[in-house]
Design a protein around this ligand. Structure first.
Ligand code: ADP
Length: 397
């Protein structure tokens, strides 16, 4: 049972082809810089073939066509015919009020996803584009949408509601939705599997720390709170997003600098956060290097990030009245032993302790707390694509 999973960005498409009879990944890659002159196509298969080629890809349809060409290629492909693909899963960030579960895509679903583009302008439009593109290239194959917001659908009302005029909630659904739900769904279940226990009995704090970063408090299989909000802009300071700020700053600066709404939105999403503070990069590898070389703003930016993650771990510990496990995932959470160490330092009164030797690695699944410590601290490489592929299998079966 071959299922293709697509994660479409504004100029990229990440893809994975999985055999869902045994949940094995058989090919994956990224089509990058779509619409630019220097676009590339990456491809890797289970036989160990791996390459990245420069190829002009003008739009998402082209990108998807190339993916299909590569996976069916007679020499390096993994399937003989595209007919073997029984379903396609699409990551969609914002399901808003419309979706509380993954869905088979039809015209009505497409119309609703289109409507959500307005409140998730950075994420949903390319994902919507990806759906239209594959319908063109693979007609007749069922498409399923899986939403990052669904995992957080049970956030209690008093936590999801903002202190704003209530009619905005009624009229515009202005509320906390939360994101990274596919990742949280994967790592939360995985904690249950690792400790051979029902994950729905656990109290967890999950930290997805990547370019976009968030923390969630999960109890009995449901999100109690998470740091992202109506959009993925709220919460932690991120690579290029500001995270929590005093909202009064926005009109103040708009007036001072004569910015219009689009310009301000662009700055808050793409030119703020770690990039905004350091003026150097949004990539934590660059920031760590520059901090070590003595760059003071980079040193401060790391401290800002660490503080905010610690802050929410503390807050969610109180919200959950103690936890069973703390999980790190995402590019930074999986790979930066230094940041994991800094975040967990001086949290022993909350029962959170890590073993520095166990923590000294990157990119693997490991328990990094001391053997008998009550609160387990884990690093779990996320696998959002597998979560989506499982949803496709469930829905088309
Ligand atoms: P996205 O949100 O785009 O999926 P990722 O989860 O891939 O992002 O995370 C990307 C981030 O992970 C980047 O800031 C990158 O610097 C960081 N990262 C990756 N490897 C390391 C590492 N070894 N040390 C520190 N940060 C890392």
């Amino acid at each position: 049972m071959k299922i293709l999973v697509l994660n479409s960005g504004s100029s990229s498409i990440k893809y994975q082809l999985l055999d869902m009879n045994n949940e094995k990944l058989i090919a994956k890659g990224v089509v990058d810089k779509i619409g630019f002159k220097d676009s590339t196509v990456g491809y890797e298969n289970y036989k160990g073939i791996k390459f990245k080629l420069n190829k002009v890809i003008t739009n998402h349809q082209d990108g998807i066509q190339v993916i299909l060409d590569y996976i069916t290629d007679t020499e390096n492909g993994v399937i003989e015919n595209i007919d073997e693909i029984v379903g396609v899963g699409h990551r969609v960030a914002q399901g808003a009020k419309y979706f509380t579960d993954s869905v088979l895509i039809d015209d009505d679903v497409k119309e609703k996803i289109k409507k959500t583009c307005e409140i998730a302008p950075l994420h949903n439009p390319p994902q919507y584009k990806g759906i239209l593109a594959i319908e063109d290239v693979l007609p007749g194959v069922p498409n399923v949408a899986s939403f990052d917001t669904v995992f957080h659908k049970d956030i209690p009302e008093h936590i999801s509601t903002y202190g704003l005029p209530y009619e905005w909630l009624e009229k515009y659904n202005i509320r906390k939705y939360g994101f990274h739900g596919l990742s949280y769904s994967y790592v939360s279940r995985r904690v249950g599997e690792i400790f051979n226990t029902d994950w729905k009995q656990l109290k967890l704090i999950t930290c997805h720390l990547g370019n976009g970063a968030s923390v969630a408090a999960v109890k009995n299989g449901e999100t109690i709170d998470t740091t992202m909000g109506f959009t993925p802009l709220q919460g932690l300071i991120m690579g290029t997003r500001c995270g929590d700020i005093d909202p009064a700053i926005i009109p103040y600066i708009m007036k001072r600098e004569n910015y219009n709404v689009d310009e301000m939105t662009d700055i808050l999403n793409k030119k703020s956060g770690i990039l905004g503070v350091t003026g150097i990069s949004s990539d934590f590898r660059d920031i760590e290097k520059a901090a070590d070389a003595g760059n003071e703003r980079c040193q401060m930016a790391l401290k800002m990030f660490i503080y905010k993650v610690k802050f929410y771990i503390g807050a969610y510990n109180a919200v959950l009245n103690g936890i069973d496990a703390l999980v790190f995932t995402g590019g930074i959470g999986e790979n930066s032993s230094r940041l994991r160490h800094a975040i967990c330092k001086d949290l022993e009164d909350l029962g959170i302790i890590i073993d520095l030797e166990k923590n000294d690695f990157k990119g693997e699944e490991r328990i990094i707390s001391p053997l008998n410590n009550k609160v387990k601290v884990l690093v779990i490489p996320t696998n959002e694509e597998l979560v989506i592929a499982r949803e496709v299998k469930r829905i088309i079966s």
